[in-house]
Design a protein around this ligand. Sequence first.
Ligand code: GRF
Length: 200
Amino acid sequence: MKKIAIFATGSGSNFQALAVAAQSGSLNAEISLLVCDKPGAFAVDRAEMLGIPALVISPKSYPSKEAYEEEILQKLTGLEVDMIVLAGYMRLIGPTLLNAFEGKIINIHPSLLPAFPGKDAIGQALAAGAETTGVTIHYVDEGMDTGPVIASASVKITLGETRESLQKKIQRIEHSLYPEVLEELLNGNEEAVQWEKSVH
Ligand code: GRF
């Protein structure tokens, strides 16, 4: 069974969705570790509740990004992790991890990339008056939300939509799409995940 490390900074609801899918058997993988760069984040509480080990690691405690990622890499290597899944990890991945996990790091982003990359994609879509936004799962490269797209799902922005209502719609899709896409990737069915879904 493939071993996965999930990286999260905040609430960790996607981390939980992936962990529950793995524990229930709908995702054929072992979630070996949560890596969290923010001590006190709710993702760490979720890891404890789910019985998943967490590496809580503050970049500020390291002289460089390279040293910080080297520490993470050692832990991942020790656990024989096969793949890194970013789920709300608010940091760019540096060359240390990118080189060690080439083509094996994926991310989920709450917009239809390349629209609205970076922070607050939901707020950006509302501010732009967009009629449609969505969710994108993509491979990670050195850029900000720039790697090749694996799957996406679109979400209609309806009249009177608020940040909260839109976030709710987007997260509901994320929680089902991420485990589903990861399962296909782990089965080597990359072709099968060039999906596009539409949710109204
Ligand atoms: C998600 O909306 C994800 O798309 C983005 O960050 C958010 C993380 O939410 N990258 P959570 O921490 O999984 O609840």
